[in-house]
Design a protein around this ligand. Structure first.
Ligand code: 5GP
Length: 224
């Protein structure tokens, strides 16, 4: 799933950006810890990151847009996508099915763009098996349990039984924190966002991701 970005050139002919492979950035957290807000902030601030829009059988919330937040589909269609191998990973979460369509991710990575995934720990495990080298994963923790519950209620997007269900599931989701490369505690959204952007910046600089480095260094050596 590797791709390369073409180096940009400054007017004086100097290389500004080394060709690199796109990277898969995974954000997971218990519901209400803030990962959706962080995802939106990142997508807004960085044009080279695109969101992997999942398919789901869950009903659409009032503030969600089909095709932007999710593609909302029926269960038979979801099952067909699984059968045809069209999903990179999929999982059942809170009684609904969620999955990552394969084709857009492969297209983006091949073009050297980074792809952001807002998926749970089950999906992260599947992606890690398929694409470990391409992936960086971040787990977002809430600062406290009362704060997690408050955020679930304040957003007022779900019915009371759904909120209770999500709180009950939080312990299960929290237990997977140590499977992630990075952990960010979201006590302040501005600071958490800065930490996420720092992680992304460092991951992009990893030597093995900068596919254009050897050519660049050869160019330097040739001038010595
Ligand atoms: P929500 O219903 O609140 O949008 O999402 C519920 C959970 O499902 C969240 O933890 C979210 O990250 C996860 N999720 C969303 N899309 C996918 C997906 O495509 N695959 C997996 N494995 N989890 C997903």
């Amino acid at each position: 799933m590797a791709g390369a970005r073409k180096p940009k050139r400054r007017s004086k002919g100097r290389i500004r950006t080394i060709a690199r492979r796109g990277l898969m950035l995974v954000l997971s957290s218990p519901s209400g810890a803030g990962k959706t807000t962080l995802s939106r902030m990142l997508l807004k601030s960085d044009p080279s990151v695109e969101l992997s829009v999942s398919v789901t059988t869950r009903p659409r919330r009032a503030n969600e847009k089909h095709g932007r937040d999710y593609r909302f589909i029926q269960k038979p269609q979801f099952e067909k996508m699984v059968e045809k191998g069209e999903l990179l990973e999929w999982a059942e979460v809170f009684g609904n099915f969620y999955g990552t369509p394969r084709a857009p991710v492969e297209r983006a990575l091949a073009a050297g763009r980074d792809v952001l995934f807002d998926i749970d720990w089950q999906g992260t495990q599947q992606l890690r098996e398929k694409a470990r080298g391409e992936m960086a994963s971040i787990f977002v923790l809430p600062p406290s349990i009362p704060e997690l519950e408050r955020r679930l209620r304040v957003r007022a997007l779900d019915e009371e039984p759904v909120i209770k269900g999500r709180m009950a599931k939080a312990g299960d989701e929290l237990s997977h924190w140590a499977e992630y490369d990075y952990v960010v505690i979201n006590d302040d959204i501005g600071r958490a966002f800065e930490e996420v952007t720092q992680i992304l910046a460092a991951e992009r600089l990893k030597r093995e991701r900068q596919t254009g480095l050897s050519a660049f260094v050869r160019g330097l050596q040739a001038k010595l």
